[in-house]
Design a protein around this ligand. Structure first.
Ligand SMILES: Cc1ncc(COP(=O)(O)O)c(C=O)c1O
Length: 449
């Protein structure tokens, strides 16, 4: 076997040994007893190493918005790899990140004119938090150091991200994290909003929680608030109607920057390029990753307003304005993948898909109401969540059982977080895929006691 045949074989067959790879966010010992291994993918489907076709209900991990193995993206990566494999972007450059930043600016909410490249959502979040702190300092308000996140928030796994994040298991093992962080209350309220279609009707008043924190800490100490417009990782938590707009107003009143973490909502998930546009609320900074390259090459991007960017552009021209960046910021392969991804989204009008199909999706997911143990259903755009009742004394176990049953018995990939089954399919899906996803999910839920 030639070395490349050998690699192709290794990439598609179950590995002989599974011990050395310490898997992320995984119950390693449990997984390695019954692995779930994907060998290839095309369009709406994965193929597992045991040869089954698995319907992708989660766009990989909320990233493959254009589906899998899209020809333009594949070709762009291949061609870029032979043209320029790597070039630094510290005091050097290559053309593609400049081209890409202009393309991104064109689809971003108005005023978010500048783009800082990272390699992941976590790095985007830490970058945005650092920009927020340095921005206030650059304009003589360096005492604004406090960062505000929200309960149930997920902002990746950097120390900044877990500090402003609000998922207990992601925080409790890692010491004191960043000092000077506080949290808004979360907006999940099943008692009042259970089985609601679209945005929750109740809960706009939760935005006033920011006023409570301003009263406690004083606005002059607060740099920024970071929230996900819709949070995915905590089990799809939606913003109540009017909530984000109110948060924006309170931030404006107190000179606090508003950061939207759009790592999952960016690039068409909710019917516009960004949730900010769908909700008509423009933040000062947006963090992205995932759908930026359709998941094909790791890349993230932070969008910053002209006001923020320009605050740094003072002092001697030879001075570095922001002491921050990554070796792979604007990596050629990632830029090529992102440009081809944007072309694919545009050619196929994929950003509109979540609006076109949103009603059908909503009807299909809400038809699961009444199945055993279903205690809530939430949806917006092409996002969905089915929450199952927790088993007595074993929270998360019913969700996990359903997740693995879906994979092994129904050839359906969903995501489970606690007892919530979350869905975020590629935006190329058709009505027949929606039918198939929910038929299989219904069978899974019925079979999961
Ligand atoms: C809202 C949000 N922010 C940040 C991240 C972290 O992204 P990454 O895993 O690329 O670091 C995620 C990942 O799911 C996310 O959902």
């Amino acid at each position: 076997m030639s070395p490349s045949d050998d690699l192709a074989h290794q990439a598609t067959a179950a590995p002989e040994h599974t011990d050395a790879f310490w898997m992320p966010f995984t119950a390693n010992r449990q997984f390695k007893k019954t692995p779930r291994l994907l060998a290839s993918a095309e369009g709406m489907y994965y193929r597992s190493t045991d040869g089954r076709e698995i319907l992708d209900g989660t766009g990989g991990l909320w990233c493959c918005n254009a589906g899998h193995a899209r020809p333009r993206i594949v070709k762009a990566i291949q061609e870029q790899a032979v043209t320029l494999d790597f070039a630094p972007t510290f005091q050097m450059g290559h053309p593609l990140p400049f081209v890409l930043a202009e393309r991104l600016k064109a689809i971003a909410p108005e005023g978010l004119d500048h783009v800082f490249f990272t390699n992941s959502g976590s790095e985007s979040v830490d970058t945005a938090l650092k920009i927020a702190l340095a921005y206030h300092r650059a304009r003589g308000e360096g005492q604004r150091t406090r960062l505000i996140g929200r309960e149930k928030g997920y902002h990746g796994v950097g120390f900044g991200g877990i500090a402003v994040g609000g998922m207990v298991n992601n925080r409790k093992f890692f010491g004191p994290m960043l000092p000077g962080v506080d949290h808004l209350r979360h907006t999940l309220d099943i008692a009042r909003n259970g089985f609601n279609r679209g945005l929750p009707k109740h809960g706009i008043e939760l935005a006033e929680d920011l006023e409570r924190l301003v009263q406690l800490h004083d606005a002059s100490t607060i740099a920024a608030v970071i929230v996900e417009p819709i949070s995915g990782s905590a089990g799809v938590v939606l913003p109540p109607e009017g909530y984000l707009k109110r948060l924006r107003e309170i931030c404006d009143k107190h000179g606090i920057l508003l950061i939207f973490d759009e790592v999952i909502t960016g690039f068409g998930r909710v019917g516009k390029a960004f949730a900010a546009q769908r909700f008509g609320v423009t933040p000062d900074l947006i963090t992205t990753a995932k759908g930026l390259t359709n998941g094909a090459v790791p890349m993230g991007a932070v969008f910053a307003s002209g006001r923020i960017h320009d605050a740094f552009m003072h002092g001697p021209e030879g001075a570095i304005e922001l002491f921050h960046g990554y070796t792979y910021s604007g990596h050629p392969l990632a830029c090529a993948a992102a440009l081809a991804t944007l072309d694919t989204y545009q050619e196929e009008n994929l950003f509109e898909k979540a609006i076109e199909l949103g009603g059908y999706w909503e009807d299909a997911i809400h038809a699961l109401k009444g199945l055993p143990n279903v205690i809530d259903i939430r949806n917006f755009g092409l996002i969905g969540a089915v929450e199952l009742a927790a088993r007595e004394g074993a929270p998360g176990s019913r969700g996990y059982d359903a997740f693995q049953r879906a994979f092994h018995e129904q050839n359906l990939m969903v995501r489970c977080t606690g007892d919530v089954l979350a869905l975020s399919p590629p935006l190329i899906l058709q009505k027949e895929h929606i039918d198939r996803i929910f038929d299989r999910l219904a069978a899974t839920i019925r079979a999961t006691a």
